[in-house]
Design a protein around this ligand. Structure first.
Ligand SMILES: NC(=O)c1ccc[n+]([C@@H]2O[C@H](COP(=O)([O-])OP(=O)(O)OC[C@H]3O[C@@H](n4cnc5c(N)ncnc54)[C@H](OP(=O)(O)O)[C@@H]3O)[C@@H](O)[C@H]2O)c1
Length: 367
């Protein structure tokens, strides 16, 4: 079992393991934070106000390809930001190339299953990127011809993990303190059906709260999470920052206050319209989406969404910068693109205005 990298989500999911020693952390190649954590030999974790050092010496791998066949985990939960996923796939293809170049038995099986856990709507696009990178390998003579048998087997090893974990990281580098939060459910979608079922069994056996999304397409599962994140990350921040940049961290209960429901319903309607066009949603109605949001608002009422906590921490440390964080970009940009390419001009304009309203608020908070 591997976690890539030791960020807030990776450390939080790791904390669910019954036997933490059974896992390794994998660095992103060239990552400065990865290098700092490896040099420190572990990370500081805080639970219920108690701080302890999670000793990870001998348990940091220097990237997928650099790890070599012998040290590879069976599965890797990829917990980077969404804008870091393409380099992770490049590293994965470098590993696959090395395995294919020196085959020991079934080299496809030796490649770990990758489970992409960053927030955002990206899985379909990234699966395409993986195919393109593998085909480029064949074109350049680094990989054998992968069609018709090997390519589907390799692509079946790329899964989506959509998680409601609420881990936080305060500070950076080796001084960072990690707060894992209570165990949150991770739903696995995409990839090969048997591989996914085996991952669910294996991860559950290791102690993770995990569920198979079954027949639901990864994009559908991404849309369900995106709508929850758009309310908490976008609307929650827009409502939590006033015109003059004053900031108040809102709880989920405050975000879902009675007066906000018309705006939340408008957002859900726009997501549903786009979701129907890209067939993420088929028979679902606005009431179905509102029911999903209502249950979120009840279950998580006292919780301050992690994106809001991140802004609060960045403000407190004077490191908040104008612009949207990568995860917010990967939530709203695909919706704008899908809306535009399906002729949903009103929805495209709605998501563009949502994006610029949040950019303006963050710029105001930066002062
Ligand atoms: N936190 C959660 O519980 C949670 C739950 C659901 C989804 N997600 C999603 O998962 C993705 C990653 O989120 P995250 O919360 O894990 O964010 P994070 O801690 O900020 O990790 C993201 C990136 O920050 C850098 N980083 C990691 N540890 C660091 C350290 N000690 N000092 C400085 N930089 C460090 C790494 O990039 P470099 O290699 O460039 O340093 C890492 O890839 C996001 O898309 C988020 O929305 C998170």
């Amino acid at each position: 079992m591997g976690f890539l990298p030791a960020g807030a989500l990776g450390v939080a999911l790791h904390s669910q393991l019954a036997d933490p020693a059974a896992a390794v952390f994998i660095e992103r190649p060239g990552s400065l934070s990865g290098r700092a954590l490896r040099a420190a030999g572990g990370v500081w974790v805080e639970r219920a106000g108690e701080r302890s050092f999670l000793d990870l010496r001998e348990r940091f791998l220097p990237g997928l390809a650099a790890a070599g066949a012998s040290g590879l985990p069976e599965m890797v939960l990829v917990c980077t930001n969404p804008d870091q996923l393409v380099p992770v796939l490049q590293d994965y293809v470098a590993l696959i190339t090395a395995l294919a170049g020196d085959p020991q038995g079934d080299w496809v099986e030796a490649a770990p299953v990758l489970i992409l856990c960053a927030n955002g709507i990206y899985f379909q696009r990234l699966r395409q990127v993986l195919v393109e990178l593998l085909e480029e390998g064949t074109l350049l003579g680094r990989l054998p011809d992968l069609w018709p048998d090997l390519m589907p087997r390799l692509v079946a090893r790329l899964l989506r993990g959509v998680t409601i974990q609420t881990g936080l990281r305060e500070g950076s580098g080796a001084e960072a303190v990690y707060r894992p939060g209570p165990p949150g459910l991770t739903r696995l979608a995409g990839g090969g059906t048997e591989i996914r079922a085996a991952c669910v069994r294996r991860l559950a056996g290791l102690g993770l709260r995990v569920e198979d999304a079954g027949h639901l397409a990864p994009t559908r599962v991404e849309f369900d999470k995106a709508i929850v994140n758009l309310v908490s990350n976008f609307l929650g921040l827009i409502w939590g920052i006033d015109d003059r940049g004053g900031f108040r961290p809102l709880t989920v209960g405050e975000i879902y206050a009675e007066a906000h429901w018309p705006a939340i319903t408008e957002l859900a309607g726009a997501v549903l319209a786009v979701g129907r066009r890209v067939r993420a949603y088929r028979h679902e109605t606005l009431e179905d989406l509102m029911a999903l949001l209502r249950s979120t608002s009840v279950v998580h009422a006292p919780h301050v969404p992690s994106s809001i906590q991140r802004v609060e921490n960045a403000l407190a440390r004077g490191v908040l910068r104008p612009g949207l964080p990568p995860t917010e970009v990967w939530l709203v940009e695909p919706l704008i693109k899908f809306a535009r390419s399906s002729g949903l001009d009103a929805e495209a304009a709605y998501f563009e205005s949502l994006k610029s309203r949040l950019e303006d608020r963050i710029a105001a908070a930066c002062g």
